[in-house]
Design a binder for this molecule. Structure first.
Ligand code: SF4
Length: 357
């Protein structure tokens, strides 16, 4: 496993041997400070460690200071083209800017941004997306490249940008290489990892809906993460941004890289089921994964929500505790041992009580 260099982003150090940090991006209008802070708070409660917001204009850039003051996690400003927005974001106290130095314009402007970042200890992410690389302008449609060629072009473009920073002796930056295509993304990230020790922000871009996007992201991210590629992860989903956080952690959890909440085991239900198991699991997850303290307290616990007493307690024998449904009620069991009956309306309350013990 290749060790990358380290980059400081607010209170976190990314890269090296540090844990892979989870980030998400708000979908509020950044100029609406109240709405953006509300969403960031919800993301922080869900365990999000780094939050990014879009900065489309100067009003959005000027709102960043107020947003930053109201949050506890590092703030990333997402900026395209206008270096003045980057300078304002840095002035407002952000911890990182996502910007492509090559899009800023002449070297004097790049230098101004980099010097401001150096001065304030602000990191940079160079974000190269397959759909917007410069090389594509030479083609009317999609070029017929294989993954290797895509990777070479994307990495080439990222390194061109990185060289602008290196020339100014600036090393506090990460690179991301994203595509909506799994094998293309993997090839590009692997190539960069082979050629450099730059820490990477990983994720697919435009991955799709919650289920499709999570499945695709899991396949791509597991390949990269299991090789030690990825200092921070963002799962792009057409969903409530809280689900980006959830999906990222579930991937890291499944790979044994991070811990995050309980292991909830629940049955698929069948003709024997006489209670709402799907609704119970959904409500339970919503409660736990929107409360940092519940996430912490439930971490490492195995909780069962099973549809019937015929197979439930037995099949979920190794769960710490759980419920097996009956008609409007259920059996509370611990380590496979049935304890007592419990009406369905208090199942969630009882499980939360047990988590808090
Ligand atoms: S635990 Fe019971 S209700 Fe659930 S799938 Fe198995 S037999 Fe069906």
């Amino acid at each position: 496993m290749k060790k990358t260099r380290e980059v400081k982003v607010g209170s976190f150090v990314l890269g090296g041997k540090n844990p892979v940090r989870v980030q998400a991006m708000c979908n509020t209008d950044t100029r609406d400070v109240k709405a953006t802070v509300k969403q960031i708070k919800a993301l922080e409660n869900a365990g999000c460690e780094i939050n990014r917001v879009a900065v489309p204009d100067m009003d959005a850039a000027k709102a960043l200071g107020k947003i930053k003051k109201a949050m506890t996690t590092p703030l990333v400003a997402d900026i395209h083209f206008d270096y003045k927005l980057a300078l304002e974001a840095i002035k407002q106290g952000v911890d990182k800017v996502r910007i492509n130095p090559g899009n800023i314009g002449d070297m004097a402007k790049v230098k101004e941004v980099v010097l401001a970042c150096k001065d304030k200890g602000v990191a940079i992410r160079i974000g190269v997306n397959a759909g917007s690389i410069k090389e594509l302008k030479k083609f009317s449609g999609q070029p017929k490249w294989n993954d290797k060629k895509w990777a070479q072009v994307m990495v080439g473009e990222a390194l061109e940008q990185a060289n602008l920073l290196e020339k100014l002796n600036f090393k506090q930056y990460l690179v991301s290489l994203k595509s909506d295509n799994i094998s293309r993304t993997i090839a590009a990230c692997e190539l960069l990892a082979q050629q450099t020790n730059i820490p990477q922000h990983i994720g697919l871009t435009e991955a799709g809906s919650f289920l499709a996007g999570t499945v695709k992201s899991s396949i791509a991210m597991s390949r990269l993460l299991s090789q030690g590629i990825g200092a921070t992860i963002r799962i792009s989903l057409t969903e409530d941004p809280k689900m980006q956080v959830r999906a990222a952690y579930e991937i890291l959890k499944a790979l044994g890289l991070r811990e995050y909440g309980p292991n909830i085991i629940s049955c698929p239900t069948c003709g024997r089921t006489q209670v709402d198991i799907a609704g119970t699991v959904k409500a339970l997850e919503e409660k736990i994964y929107s409360d940092k303290e519940l996430i912490r307290l439930s971490t490492g616990k195995k909780i069962a929500v099973m549809g019937c007493a015929v197979n439930g307690p037995g099949e979920a024998r190794d769960a710490d505790f759980g419920i097996a449904g009956g008609r409007g009620e259920g059996l509370w069991f611990e380590k496979g041992e049935i304890k007592y009956k419990l009406p369905q309306k208090i199942w969630i309350k009882r499980i939360l009580e047990e988590i808090k013990k």
